[in-house]
Design a binder for this molecule. Structure first.
Ligand code: NAI
Ligand code: OAA
Length: 274
C-alpha cells in the first residue's frame, strides 16, 4: 500500500491522481499534496477524486510537515524551481524522488548535489520518460556506444506562449512551421523550463546535456505536441515520433506525461514491473 506525495497540484498532478485512483494495482491508501497557495481548494479537488476510493488526502504548504508524514515516494510535478527548492530535503529524508521537471538537472551543480545526497541516504532520483518514450532503448543503446542523439520538439504557437520563444519569433504572426531554437539539451532545458524537460531526459539517458542536439519548432498547422528523436549507436539505430495530445489543463504540457508518471508509480507496487 502506498502513501504518495505530490509537489504541485496542477495539470500533471490532477491527471496523475485521477489515473491512479482508477488503478487498484497502485494500492494507494494516502495522498499528500504540497501546494503554495489555496490548500483548501486543493484539498476539496483531491478529495473529490480520492474519497470514493477510500484514499485519505492531506494538503501541506510546508515540505517539512509533509515529509514528517513519511510518504513512500514524492513526485515533483511543479516546475524546475521546485526541484531545486525541495529535492535535497526529500532525498535527505531517505525518500525516493520522481521528478517531472528533469530539465532542472541542466544545472550541473544541482544534479551533482542531489545525486550525492541520494547516494548518501540510499534514496533514488527517478527520471520518468514524461512526454516522450523509448528511454529503455536509448539507455541500452548508450551502453553499446552512442554516436548521435537529435531531438525535435514541435508545438502549436499557443504551447510556446509566455516563453522565450516570444523573443525569437512573432508567434501570433506565424503562417508556417518555424524553427526558433537550435542548440544543446542544456540550453533548451534552461531556456524553456516548461517545454523542454524531455530534451534533458534524452540527454541524461543518452549523450549528455551538451552533445544532445535540440531543435524547437512553433507550428501554426498543428494542435498537437510532436516529439521526434533520432539515435545512432553501435548496437542499434532508431527514430521515434510521438504525437502527444495537449493537456486540457495546460497547453504547454502533453497529456501523456501524467500517464508516464502513473506508470512509474504503478511499477513500485505491482508484482510485475513493465
Ligand atoms: N518531463 C516531461 O515530459 C514534462 C515535464 N513537465 C514539467 O512538469 C511541470 C508541471 O507541469 P504542469 O502540471 O503541466 O504545470 P502546471 O502549471 O499546470 O502545474 C504546476 C503546479 O505546481 C505549483 N507549484 C509550483 N511551484 C511549486 C512549489 N514550489 N510548491 C508547490 N507547488 C508548486 C503551481 O502553482 C501549479 O499549480 C512543468 O513546469 C515542467 O517542468 C511538463 C511537461 C512534460
Ligand atoms: O509536455 C511536453 O510536451 C513536453 C514538455 O512540456 C517538457 O518537456 O517540458
Amino acid at each position: 500500500m502506498q502513501h504518495l506525495a505530490l509537489i504541485g497540484f496542477g495539470a500533471i498532478s490532477r491527471s496523475l491522481v485521477a489515473t491512479l485512483c482508477d488503478q487498484p494495482d497502485a494500492g494507494l491508501r494516502a495522498l499528500s499534496l504540497l501546494v503554495r497557495s489555496a490548500p483548501d481548494k486543493a484539498h476539496d479537488a483531491a478529495t473529490q477524486l480520492c474519497a470514493p476510493h477510500g484514499i485519505a488526502v492531506k494538503v501541506y504548504t510546508d515540505l517539512a510537515d509533509l515529509l514528517a508524514a513519511q510518504p513512500d515516494v514524492v513526485v515533483e510535478c511543479a516546475g524546475q524551481p521546485a526541484v531545486a527548492a525541495h529535492g535535497e530535503a526529500v532525498l535527505r529524508a531517505g525518500i525516493d524522488l520522481i521528478t517531472a521537471s528533469v530539465g532542472a538537472f541542466a544545472d550541473q551543480a544541482l544534479f551533482d548535489r542531489l545525486k550525492a545526497t541520494a547516494s548518501g541516504t540510499g534514496a533514488q532520483i527517478i527520471l520518468p520518460a514524461g512526454a516522450i518514450g523509448g528511454i529503455d532503448a536509448l539507455v541500452a543503446a548508450r551502453l553499446s556506444g552512442l554516436e548521435v542523439v537529435t531531438y525535435t520538439g514541435r508545438k502549436p504557437p499557443s504551447g510556446w506562449a509566455g516563453t522565450d520563444a516570444e523573443n525569437r519569433v512573432d508567434l501570433a504572426a506565424l503562417t508556417e512551421p518555424t524553427v526558433f531554437f537550435e542548440g544543446s539539451a542544456r540550453e533548451a532545458a534552461t531556456t524553456f523550463p516548461k517545454n523542454a524537460n524531455v530534451a534533458a531526459t534524452l540527454a541524461l539517458a543518452g549523450l549528455g546535456m551538451d552533445a544532445t542536439r535540440v531543435r524547437l519548432i512553433a507550428d501554426p498547422h498543428t494542435r498537437e505536441n510532436t516529439h521526434e528523436y533520432l539515435v545512432k549507436s553501435q548496437a542499434v539505430d532508431f527514430s521515434l515520433s510521438l504525437t502527444g495530445k495537449v493537456s486540457p489543463l495546460n497547453p504547454k504540457t502533453s497529456l501523456s506525461t501524467a500517464y508516464s508518471l502513473a506508470r512509474v508509480v504503478l511499477n513500485r507496487s505491482g508484482a510485475i514491473v513493465i
